[in-house]
Design a protein around this ligand. Structure first.
Ligand code: 4AZ
Length: 249
């Protein structure tokens, strides 16, 4: 359903700066991310680097805007802030074919004002999330397979699926570093993340457990969505966050 301003203060839109030179006019939206500190944003590696297409496509930090405090992609408000990107780091083990280790971090060119109610970092997990926990996944992605992005930030509630059932569903052994969430039996109007939601947050209890990564289509019966496991990458996240903060001017 539609999200009110300030409801998901960690949610950001990553926009192609060559299209959206003035922050927040959302046609350049290509992925989401989550604010994890006053200077850093977590996203999916496949949002930044795609070498399984020809020609290979690796974004340049200078061509990315991070738009925060926005719900209607086409209408920035008084709480909307846009930042350019000074640098990004993606996991060197990111596999562009199977999307293993699909995690990356951006350093924004500036600092989010402390005490901003509309833009606020999300907490990191300290223990694994129990199966069946009802998570919130949010974004401006398609509301059905091959559909267009949405203008309004939307969210869905999806339960955590055990890695055993998820591996069975996909008929392959899923790697360490992913968690699954979604429905084996979909409601009449299917509930899932989809294209355009990539890099976005999977949240439970005000804690970031997952990053939208991939799945078999969207809302397909029997195929939960696959998310990067944020807990699994805690050491990488802490190390990368330190590296990026040390680069900040
Ligand atoms: C995608 O292509 C994508 N249903 C994201 C999430 C899911 C499927 C595809 C999960 O960006």
């Amino acid at each position: 359903g539609g999200i009110q301003s300030g409801e998901l203060p960690y949610q950001v839109s990553l926009q192609d700066a060559t299209e959206d030179y003035d922050y927040g006019i959302g046609t350049g939206h290509f992925c989401s991310g989550a604010v994890i500190s006053l200077r850093t944003v977590l996203t999916a590696a496949h949002c930044l680097v795609e070498t399984s297409v020809f020609p290979p496509y690796i974004r340049s930090p200078s061509n990315i805007n991070v738009v925060m405090g926005i719900t209607n992609l086409y209408i920035p408000t008084s709480v909307t802030i846009g930042f350019s990107v000074s640098a990004f780091v993606y996991n060197t083990d990111f596999n562009t074919f199977n999307y293993n280790n699909d995690i990356a971090m951006l350093l924004i060119n500036g600092e989010i004002p402390m005490g901003d109610f509309a833009i606020y970092p999300i907490s990191m997990p300290t223990s694994s999330i129990p199966v069946n926990s009802s998570c919130t996944v949010s974004g401006w992605g398609a509301t059905y397979q091959n559909g267009p992005n949405t203008q309004y930030l939307m969210s869905s509630t999806v339960p955590i699926v055990s890695s055993e059932s998820c591996s069975q569903a996909y008929n392959e052994s899923l790697p360490s570093g992913v968690i699954c969430a979604g429905y084996f039996t979909q409601p009449a109007i299917p509930v899932d993340s989809c294209q355009g939601d990539s890099g976005g947050p999977l949240v439970f209890n005000n804690t970031l457990y997952g990053i939208v990564s991939w799945g078999e289509g969207c809302g397909v019966q029997g195929f939960p969505g696959i998310y990067t496991d944020v807990l699994y990458f805690q050491n990488w996240i802490n190390a990368t966050n330190n590296t990026l903060w040390n680069k900040a001017s």
